[in-house]
Design a protein around this ligand. Sequence first.
Ligand code: ATP
Ligand code: MG
Ligand code: FE
Length: 342
Amino acid sequence: TLVLGIESSCDETAAALVMGDRRILAQAIASQEEEHAPYGGVVPEIAARAHAERLTPLIDKVLREADVPLADCDAIAATAGPGLIGGVMVGLVTAKALAMASAKPLYAVNHLEGHALSPRLADASLRYPYALLLVSGGHCQILRVEGVGKYQRLATTIDDALGEAFDKSAKIMGLGYPGGPAVEKLALEGNPKAVPLPRPLKGSKEPHFSFAGLKSAVLRAHETGEFSRADLAASFQQAALDCILDRTRKALETMDEVSALVVAGGVAANQTVRGGLETLAGEFGLPFAAPPLPLCTDNAAMIAWAGVERLEAGFDADPLDLKARPRWPLDPDAEPARGAGV
Ligand code: ATP
Ligand code: MG
Ligand code: FE
């Protein structure tokens, strides 16, 4: 199996060629960090235009690098949501055109499914079902991943996502965008116990998340002028880690049997988060898995891989009039957390 994957849901334009045996033949990512940095966050209109300019040359580059003609691909997979709709439409319409021109099947991939299955691209031994903490810029969820397209959501955030909390805290501290990596780096020089910060929802019965109060507490602590930025970064990261460990422990206590504890999404690149979850997995006697760092943040290899899994599991291809979806929950049956939209 060989699948061309396309990703354009946020501020990364990406293309990749992935084989059924998990080999990534070629991949390319064009990040728009420079374009959005002056605004302190992603500007949707700028993102959509940048995807439109870059995507086609990027796909061409990947095909050339792998020395594979489009005709040799078995399918085209593209993110069809959730995400910034202008960018998603650029990727999806490009994939439709390629699928039509080459008479190959189109697979419309849920971006969150890309993140959810990414650990299996890196690790052939990871079996369904597994417990997944999905922590990215727009989502913070605990899922039981039971198979391709089979997700049971046990928890979500009632306000901000974890990556969003890193980004907003970084902005408060003047660390620029995107904030996650900057907070992690600065935290190495700080004392995680220096700043008293809340652990929202810690100990609560349902395993849901909340980070808005933590971010506000970072803002108040910053405004006192009493703390160094390094101490703030380290204390914020520790508080966030305490929250996700408490919430994930809660979810694991009630979850049906799983083969492993897995983390995915942009925040899975954080070493403190990975280390804490690995220890937690040990408490439950579970193996721990996390994708290599380049597969944590947005990329097209994970989208191609989701396409490989859909193709090999015998899923029907998607129609060429399929619509891009700004919102698209992985588990449509999941109860929303109190106050949360999705
Ligand atoms: P979603 O996948 O929910 O649609 P997204 O695609 O924008 O959102 P990702 O690319 O998966 O999100 O992840 C980006 C997020 O990960 C950002 O919020 C970023 O700050 C965070 N992040 C990246 N690296 C790190 C790190 N080392 N430590 C903490 N956070 C990180
Ligand atoms: Mg990004
Ligand atoms: Fe993402």
